[in-house]
Design a protein around this ligand. Sequence first.
Ligand SMILES: NC(=O)c1ccc[n+]([C@@H]2O[C@H](COP(=O)([O-])OP(=O)(O)OC[C@H]3O[C@@H](n4cnc5c(N)ncnc54)[C@H](OP(=O)(O)O)[C@@H]3O)[C@@H](O)[C@H]2O)c1
Length: 290
Amino acid sequence: MAVKLRHPSAGVAEVDYVARMGVAVVTGASTGIGKATAVRLAREPGTELVLVARREQLLRELAGELPCRATYVAVDLTAADAPQQVRSHLEAEHAGALHLLVNNAGASWRASFAEGGYENVRRHMELNFDAVVRLTEALLPLLRASAPSAIVNVASTAGRVARARTGSYSASKFALIGWTDALYAEEKPNWVHVGMVLPGFIKTEGFPATELREKALTRWIVSKPEKVADAIYECGPGGRAERYVPRPYGLAAALRILTPSLVRRVLGGGAAANLTTSTAGDNEKSSDPG
Ligand SMILES: NC(=O)c1ccc[n+]([C@@H]2O[C@H](COP(=O)([O-])OP(=O)(O)OC[C@H]3O[C@@H](n4cnc5c(N)ncnc54)[C@H](OP(=O)(O)O)[C@@H]3O)[C@@H](O)[C@H]2O)c1
């Protein structure tokens, strides 16, 4: 796929090159969007995958099913030594090469601020933001050394428009979006493209969207992990800066900027309750807020 990058060195204007797939790390690869991304990337010639998540058995099974070389690191990405574990694995098993980092692992635990308090904000930031930043910091030298290369951060439409009871999740994704925009500009001269994907409602293990799928009125707004995987490919090796999935969700983000009072009115009304769906995190006893 042709990608345009502008190299800062004198005399070199815009250069086209064919982005090739090489070694790709996909976090949150045991289920949902991450698993679909691994399957999508495995179709590209030359791909070697490193699958990252906590559940080793799921990673082992997926690695065995993929049509390309695939290794895995079973690790909790919030652990202090997780970034170094992934980096050491890349150095030991993939000669330290890294052409694509997909920061996808994430979760949501619904609670109002009054119920969940700072603790709910903290755990969202720990996984959805801090873990992404820490892993990227550890792997950026490998991405630069393997350039042209790419990072794709999986944010959310909730990182543009916040709803009641998902404020902590939104805060972590707003943070991720802001940081990703800056990183895009900073790493461009180093030939590390930084893309971002903003999914809407996607049926996965962690985000089953059951309430929406049960009603004919809202069923159509729920999409599939495979669509997000295609967007992740577009925003990584494909060189796009960002993609909403499905695309019309971008309209909600635009309205939030252009007509904030209208969006507040809609999300403050009864209709908003239908859009706050339960998540797998809600059922985890250990993560019951407060
Ligand atoms: N589905 C949606 O509607 C939707 C919408 C917008 C954004 N997103 C974003 O898309 C990303 C993927 O979500 P998904 O829908 O595919 O959900 P999912 O099916 O629950 O997948 C989440 C993945 O993250 C991994 N993970 C969770 N905590 C981890 C930890 N502490 N350390 C390492 N891995 C961890 C999980 O694997 P293990 O449990 O094996 O560790 C799993 O592979 C998330 O960032 C989410 O915020 C999803």
